[in-house]
Write a protein that binds this ligand. Structure first.
Ligand SMILES: [Zn+2]
Length: 232
């Protein structure tokens, strides 16, 4: 008998928007989907949506994990219960592999959590994947823009404890293979930031977590935030 586990899914992504291949980046709002993990039907139920961005929702038990409230970069209100995390490379695309590896090195330098690569997907906490994100619909689709995501991260966590139990980051090779390698790494850093519990930063902040216009890697604010989140 399979035990039914209730987890919540949060999906956040980076978009490129534009009719002429212009790299104007946008992003989907960060949403939290409450669903029963083993019940596929309920994932599509609109009634289950709740928005993680509203400060009062979705974080009632966050104090169990000692999640700080005043970090320079905003938090999703979820975190890993441990600092040693395993990540599995599930893309074969060499450019995306490089981007993920570079992003892992850069987050490890922050010395808040330590990610190591595993060959065993079953043991992984984080999956580094690729995928076609072009069919994702967004609010922009009704004003004549064709939108497609550069990256997206889905997190699964226990809503009773707010502890992460699996994060899957996806980069879209069709969107990223013709950008430069530094940009690809920054998109990977952004997605892994979500996988570690970071939310989107407002436009005026200096952060890798600014959704619409990634122009920097991990900043001092982001490093400080992750260290606050995973402080003992
Ligand atoms: Zn994002």
């Amino acid at each position: 008998m399979m035990r039914k586990i209730l987890v919540s899914l949060a999906v956040a992504g980076i978009l490129s928007v534009g009719p002429a291949g212009a790299v104007v980046q946008a992003d989907t709002p960060s949403t939290t989907i409450q669903s029963s993990f083993f019940d596929q039907n309920s994932a599509d139920d609109d009634n289950d949506f709740q928005f993680a961005n509203s400060p009062s929702s979705g974080r009632p038990r966050a104090d169990r994990l000692a999640i700080p409230d005043n970090t320079p970069t905003p938090l999703e209100g979820i975190k890993w219960k441990k600092k040693k995390l395993k990540i599995y490379m599930s893309t074969q695309d060499p450019q995306l592999q490089w981007a993920y590896k570079d992003a892992v090195k850069k987050w490890n330098k922050v010395k808040a959590v330590h990610m190591t690569w595993t060959d065993d997907e079953e043991k992984a906490n984080i999956i580094a994947a690729d995928g076609d994100l072009s069919n994702n619909t967004t609010g922009n689709s009704n004003v004549g823009y064709r939108t497609s995501e550069l990256g997206s991260t889905r997190t699964e966590y226990n809503p009773d404890t707010n502890a992460l139990h699996l994060a899957t980051s996806t980069l879209d090779p069709n969107q990223l293979d013709y950008t430069n390698k530094q940009f690809r790494s920054e998109v990977a850093q952004h997605e892994l930031g979500h996988a570690l519990g970071l939310a989107h930063a407002p436009e005026y902040e200096h952060s890798v977590m600014i959704p619409r216009n990634i122009k920097t890697g991990i900043t001092k604010n982001d490093a400080k935030t992750l260290r606050m989140l995973y402080r003992d």
